[in-house]
Write a protein that binds this ligand. Structure first.
Ligand SMILES: [Zn+2]
Length: 297
């Protein structure tokens, strides 16, 4: 059977380096509070391209599209519900073009984040409506040329199931990476344990599973260890924030330096993580240090 691009990359590299944060990079580039970063794919593509380019130059081998909050559920809050397909397709095209321009053979991952709503019966969002919304987003990302879909920062397993179902309506075989955020005493905000998530996500056909965002690399290390204990053969993801978010003068800051993240990248690798990158607060400098660290033992 022909290997997909993700399988090839995983065969060639013991550790695959993912990119770092987009959101906090855009904030540093002038994204206003309450402004949707996804709208930048259309209105400021140059700024989005610059961040992708910096992560490619830093050594990232899997890069996410600027579409984390690109579902209709999120874009509707900004009056962009009618432009979901366009904003996601262009987000994918921008990334593909920057990868092509750099002349590197790396993976474009279509990023699908949570709806921001609670699924029924806890909330008002019906499962089928969630699936339809994620299908719409996935279709646009796949039309735009992504190699894989990466759904991240989820806390509700049912929502993960809805994303996967939505993606599978569009493509039977595109690899799906799924990472949840275990930031509440070792569980997700919705009470999901890493072991439970690992079993479910693998059952639903995820190609790689793990943790992202949260309170920093130590928290993610625990997630990797727990997932590995129940799923020793799974491809594990660790995409940690640059430390625990701290509120200082009304601003969220992340204190972990590139050196700290580089050291933790080694620990995550040694614990069994195969896909290692950064989330909020990480920059191309962090990713470069992490790539060098896992490379040099
Ligand atoms: Zn994050």
């Amino acid at each position: 059977m022909k290997m997909n691009k993700l399988q090839t990359l995983l065969q060639e590299s013991k550790t695959v380096i993912a990119d770092g944060a987009l959101g906090t990079m855009f904030q540093a580039a002038g994204l206003a509070p309450g402004e949707s970063p996804v709208v930048w794919n259309i209105e400021h593509p140059d700024r989005v391209r610059a961040v992708h380019r910096a992560y490619i130059e830093a050594g990232a081998q899997i890069l996410i599209t600027n579409t984390f909050v690109g579902s209709r559920f999120r874009l509707a809050q900004h009056g962009w519900a009618a432009r979901v397909a366009e904003a996601n397709r262009v987000g994918a095209e921008i990334l593909r073009e920057e990868i092509a321009r750099a002349g590197v053979d790396v993976i474009a991952a279509g990023d699908i984040g949570p709806s921001g709503e609670l699924l029924a019966p806890l909330g008002a969002l019906a499962f089928d409506d969630a699936v339809a919304g994620f299908e719409e987003q996935a279709r646009a990302l796949i039309d735009g040329g992504v190699d894989v879909i990466w759904t991240m920062t989820l806390s509700d397993l049912e929502e993960a199931r809805a994303v996967i179902a939505g993606v599978r309506r569009v493509s039977k075989d595109i690899p799906i990476l799924a990472s949840l955020t275990f930031d509440t005493r070792g569980r997700t905000m919705m009470g999901v344990k890493p072991e439970t998530a690992a079993r479910a996500l693998l059952d639903w056909g995820a190609a790689a599973i793990g943790g992202n965002c949260g309170n920093g690399p130590e928290e993610i290390l625990g997630v990797v260890q727990k997932m590995r204990a129940v799923a020793p053969d799974a491809i594990l993801i660790a995409k940690s924030n640059a430390g625990k978010p701290e509120l200082v003068d009304g601003k969220t800051i992340f204190r972990a330096t590139p050196e700290v993240m580089a050291q933790s990248a080694r620990e995550l690798r040694d614990a069994g993580a195969r896909i290692i990158g950064g989330c909020c607060g990480t920059t191309p400098a962090h990713i470069r240090a992490m790539a060098e660290a896992v490379d040099s033992g």
